[in-house]
Design a protein around this ligand. Structure first.
Ligand code: ATR
Length: 274
């Protein structure tokens, strides 16, 4: 019997997840169907429970429901506990709803495997301190950067996140003004500024020689952050399309136990953007 999966969000019409998972299923010969479901802003839990009650096997969860998905889950993976949010739900054989967060792995896999980058031993700056950033900090820190700075418009949120993720790597939270005079090898934009076509107020000379930048957002043309990175001489400045496909691949692997090839799917989705 065909197993049912879906992505739930609001809005959801723009979601590329159905195309990505259909491509994974075709490539790996898995018998699944995957649809995009719009949940009412105040009705995520009810709709998710209906989906699983009706035999659904797994859900991807997107904006603005990742926190509610965390609350709905009966069990959490270590990564979901760290992230404080869930982007993947799976009904287990014991009828328990398992919550996972694959966003951070998606980001790290894209930087390391698709672009040939490195996080280990690098001075990493993450811009933003919202839910999207919290979701990726654990896997970034697993790569053992030399230092990790979180800079945010609202200072208190950066400081709070830095405290939460303190460990073997020194993690510091600051405002954008405190970046003046500092240099980084990798700058990751996790603010929502790109969505509004805006750029966080970043000082000149922020990038060390051969520094990389990465925008967790993606768009048809370069995002304003990717444009800024190129102007500042970044060695590479990919956008987050690869992260989107990689996080989907991790969800697919959790659900199906099969690892799809991501490169052809990234190319397919990129060509459909333009
Ligand atoms: P998300 O789930 O996308 O992380 P969020 O939790 O609302 O959404 O967080 C949005 C992040 O983008 C925050 O770090 C926000 O900064 P504040 O904490 O100061 O609100 C940041 N952000 C949004 N618009 C921005 C802008 N124009 N310039 C700089 N930062 C911005």
């Amino acid at each position: 019997m065909t197993d049912r999966y879906a992505v739930m969000g609001n809005p959801i019409a723009h979601s590329k997840s159905p195309q990505i998972h259909s491509a994974f299923a075709k490539q790996t010969g898995q018998d699944i169907c995957y649809e995009a479901l719009l949940a009412p802003i105040d009705g995520f839990s009810v709709q998710a429970q209906q989906f699983f009650g009706g035999g659904g096997k797994g859900l991807n969860v997107t904006v603005p429901f990742k926190l509610q998905a965390w609350q709905l889950a009966d069990q959490h993976t270590e990564r979901a506990l760290q992230a404080g949010s869930v982007n993947t739900l799976m009904m287990t054989d014991q009828s328990q709803l398992l919550g996972e967060n694959t966003d951070g792995l998606g980001l790290v896999n894209d930087i390391l495997n698709n672009h040939g980058g490195q996080i280990e031993d690098k001075r990493v700056l993450v811009l933003g301190a919202g839910g999207a950033v919290r979701g990726v900090l654990g896997p970034i820190l697993e790569q053992q950067p030399k230092t990790l700075v979180i800079a945010n418009r609202t200072l208190a949120k950066a400081v709070q996140l830095a405290e939460l993720f303190q460990g073997p790597t020194m993690v510091e939270g600051c405002g954008f003004d405190a970046l003046d005079g500092q240099q980084f090898d990798l700058v990751i934009n996790g603010t929502a500024a790109s969505l509004q076509g805006e750029l966080p107020p970043l000082p000149q000379h922020l990038l060390a020689a051969n520094a990389w930048c990465y925008d967790m957002m993606y768009s048809v043309a370069d995002t304003v952050f990717c444009q800024w990175a190129k102007e500042q001489g970044a060695a590479k400045a990919p956008d987050g399309l690869g992260m989107l496909v990689e996080q989907a691949a991790e969800s697919f692997y959790l659900w199906r136990g099969v690892r799809p090839k991501t490169q052809p799917v990234i190319e397919q989705i990129r060509s459909q953007l333009s």
